[in-house]
Design a protein around this ligand. Structure first.
Ligand code: ATP
Length: 254
């Protein structure tokens, strides 16, 4: 029997996504009937004022949090229809994460951190693949170093190598440059850009920084859990950081 897989138009899709925290008069609507898709091989930045729902969007899209209503599809799979165990497996196989605080294991070397997702998936990491992943982020000579022996930028590059080693379809990045200086930020953003341009991966990144957002193809601006504005698209961002910053300022004043 031949199994034909229907091509999926969007790597990730949220439809009518609603996430309410708490209940009664304490209820907070973090996502309010939000519908948004991320095409394969695109880089999207999510911006918006504090409390606008950016992290909630990322957590729900990645299957780390559940929607109150609506659906999330990842590569055509409805996350809400999976039990916890199957969602964990799907996350492990198809999603990579990069966090502001790097989240490396302090007692492990750079190489051991990079191979961790493969070990967790019960796969034997090939030393050559780990070396190649570290080389790709410019850290071939740091394989034996522990996180405390690396700069912030180097730690984040290890975290990116760790996120990419399984070649996930989607990489979610939550403020990946929030703790980095300008030069290190540029390197990290260049690596995320390369994951999209070189490997066709889909990157969704939450950021407060208009310069970081300018590396994306599209910027989606949230406000009160809804899409307030968008800039750019699959064809790329026409604007630069100044234009993104101006839009952010307008949203914060509204
Ligand atoms: N666990 C929670 N319990 C209750 N309310 C929450 C919880 N997490 C988030 N919220 C609320 O949901 C709303 C959206 O929060 P979220 O963290 O998604 O915003 P954000 O845009 O990422 O903010 P920031 O830029 O400050 O990180 C906020 O009003 C927040 O207070």
């Amino acid at each position: 029997m031949t199994i034909t897989q229907t091509p999926v138009a969007e790597a990730v899709r949220l439809t009518g996504a609603r996430r309410v925290y708490g209940g009664g008069d304490q209820a907070v609507v973090a996502l309010d009937d939000l519908t948004l898709g991320f095409a394969p091989g695109t880089f999207t930045a999510i911006m918006g004022p504090s409390g606008s729902g950016k992290s909630t969007l990322l957590q729900c899209a990645a299957g780390l949090d559940r929607l109150t209503a609506g659906t999330v599809h990842l590569g055509g799979v409805d996350l809400g229809a999976l039990n916890e165990q199957r969602r964990t497996v799907l996350r492990r196989d198809r999603i990579g994460f990069v966090f502001q605080a790097f989240n490396l294991v302090a007692s492990l070397t750079a190489a051991q951190n990079v191979e961790l997702p493969l070990r967790l998936a019960g796969r034997r990491p090939a030393a050559a693949a780990v070396r190649a992943a570290l080389a790709e982020v410019g850290l071939a000579d740091r394989a034996g170093h522990r996180p405390s022996e690396l700069s912030g930028g180097q730690q984040q590059r290890v975290a990116i190598a760790r996120a990419l080693i399984t070649r996930p379809e989607v990489v979610f990045a939550d403020e990946p440059t929030g703790a980095l200086d300008t030069a290190a930020s540029r390197e990290v953003l260049g690596l995320l850009r390369a994951a999209v341009d070189g490997h066709g991966q889909t990157v969704v990144m939450v950021t407060h920084d208009p310069v970081a957002a300018s590396y994306a193809d599209e910027v989606v601006f949230l406000r009160d859990g809804r899409i307030a504005d968008r800039l750019g698209g699959p064809a790329g961002l026409p604007g630069r950081a100044e234009q993104i910053a101006a839009l952010m300022t307008r949203l914060e004043q509204r």
